[in-house]
Design a binder for this molecule. Structure first.
Ligand code: UTP
Length: 410
């Protein structure tokens, strides 16, 4: 266990001695708590503040990547679905729900999945997702193992909610929860924020660490011994999401690709969405702000945009490959967020506007660690209704409209 002197040494190395400012006021128990937190925190993430632009400037040469288009999928749907269904029946596919985020933009104080998107009746986001997955269970006659990633901040609420709602009819033997890792957050001058006099403010460390967190939670053995070969990773906030989609899985299997990503055609060249493409010949996602004007507007002979296929955070990865890359370092993204913190007066403040940085790894960077990725186009209005904000773009309002359009009773 770290003692005060060693803690002070570590902190001064990183310019963070303010963390010990109230040490002498703390009870013995609080002192121990703070020292053990200091011991566990990875302060090296702070160095990302010095090279905030490097994540992008280190990028290689981008080239467009085509997709299996909606038309091609329609022509091959039977073949794809059959291949997918038989793999699901054999228990080769599991789904991982990324629900460790804090959903700050929505401004809802519970886990995002507990948000009631219903109007005349209760319909929770988690419920929408389970209903969507149930379609596949019905179609295949097999339960798809579902792993739910939470964070230390929302695990308890999430687990209790699922139990209270009886897993929305899902077979609870096939549902497992695991907790993702945390990272410190810093103010704009790079000083780590405190939550109280004895606690460093910690936040979930992004969705990129989902597989390493699963391994740390001891789930790899069960995955391997149950013969799970493919994992469909998806975000909590897309209420129209098709999960463990047999046709998508079948297309990936038949393509021989190591992974797959669901994409939608961009609505216009300037849409703010990451695009699945090639970077130095390897699959990769280029963010909208990384694209030059030429890249954004370039078109193929058939008139489609060359960088046309936006990702919707729904990927299929191969377990063997994931195991090989699990210890590889992922780039750290510095993200501006609203972070509750303790002010000079020692009071906890919930800021109205972003007030600092969180450090996150992102699942999209995993795509670049793959030898190949099948870009699989889906119909936007049928499969993409993200709930990011309370109103406006990608909001509760737009998601409700899309749910209605797809025949979901609200
Ligand atoms: P977002 O990028 O929308 O982040 O997450 P967020 O933290 O939930 O929301 P804001 O930005 O604060 O409003 C995309 C998906 O990744 C999950 C989220 O739960 C969501 O499904 N996620 C995000 C995690 O599982 N862990 C994280 O640390 C961050």
């Amino acid at each position: 266990m770290l003692n005060y002197e060693s803690a002070e040494r570590i902190l001064s190395e990183y310019g963070q001695k303010h963390i010990l400012r109230y040490y002498n006021e703390l009870s013995d128990e609080e002192k121990q708590k703070l020292l053990s937190q200091i011991e566990l925190v990875d302060f090296s993430v702070l160095s990302s503040l010095n090279d905030m632009d490097d994540v992008h400037s280190e990028r290689g040469n981008f080239e467009p990547l085509g997709a299996v288009t909606i038309e091609e999928i329609d022509r091959n749907r039977e073949k794809f679905t059959e291949a997918g269904i038989s793999a699901i029946k054999e228990g080769k596919m599991a789904a991982v729900l990324l629900a460790g985020g804090q959903g700050t933009r929505l401004g809802f104080d519970k886990p995002k999945g507990m948000f009631n998107i219903g109007v005349q009746r209760e319909l929770y986001i988690f419920e929408c997702l389970i209903n969507n997955l149930m379609d596949v269970v019905k179609q295949s006659g097999a339960w798809v193992p579902l792993y739910i990633m939470t964070s230390e901040k929302n695990n308890r609420d999430t687990v209790e909610f699922f139990a209270e709602k009886n897993y929305f009819g899902y077979n609870k033997d096939y549902v497992k929860f695991f907790i993702q890792d945390m990272a410190p957050s810093a103010d704009y001058s790079g000083k780590i924020l405190m939550e109280s006099k004895s606690e460093i403010s910690m936040s979930p460390n992004g969705n990129g660490g989902w597989f390493s967190s699963m391994v740390r939670a001891g789930l790899l053995n069960e995955i391997k011994s149950n013969g799970i070969e493919w994992i469909n990773v998806f975000a909590v906030d897309n209420v129209l999401q098709r999960i463990a989609d047999p046709s998508f899985l079948g297309a990936v299997l038949l393509s021989g690709c190591e992974s797959g990503g669901k994409v939608v055609s961009k609505a216009d060249p300037d849409e703010r969405v990451g695009v699945l493409c090639l970077e130095n010949g390897m699959p990769s996602i280029v963010e909208y702000y990384e694209m030059t004007e030429e890249m954004r507007t370039r078109r193929e002979p058939d008139g489609r945009l060359s960088y046309n296929y936006g990702v919707i955070l729904n990927y299929i990865f191969n377990v063997d490959k994931l195991e090989k890359i699990v210890d590889d370092k992922m780039p750290i993204h510095v993200v501006e967020k609203k972070i509750p913190y303790m002010n000079e007066g020692g009071e906890l403040v919930n800021p109205e506007n972003p007030n600092g940085y969180k450090f996150e790894t992102l699942v999209l960077d995993m795509v670049h660690m793959q030898d190949s990725c099948l870009s699989y186009e889906v119909v936007r209005d049928r499969e993409f209704a993200p709930v990011k904000n309370a109103e406006g773009v990608d909001s509760v309002v737009t998601a409700r409209e899309l749910l209605k359009k797809n025949g979901v009773k609200l």
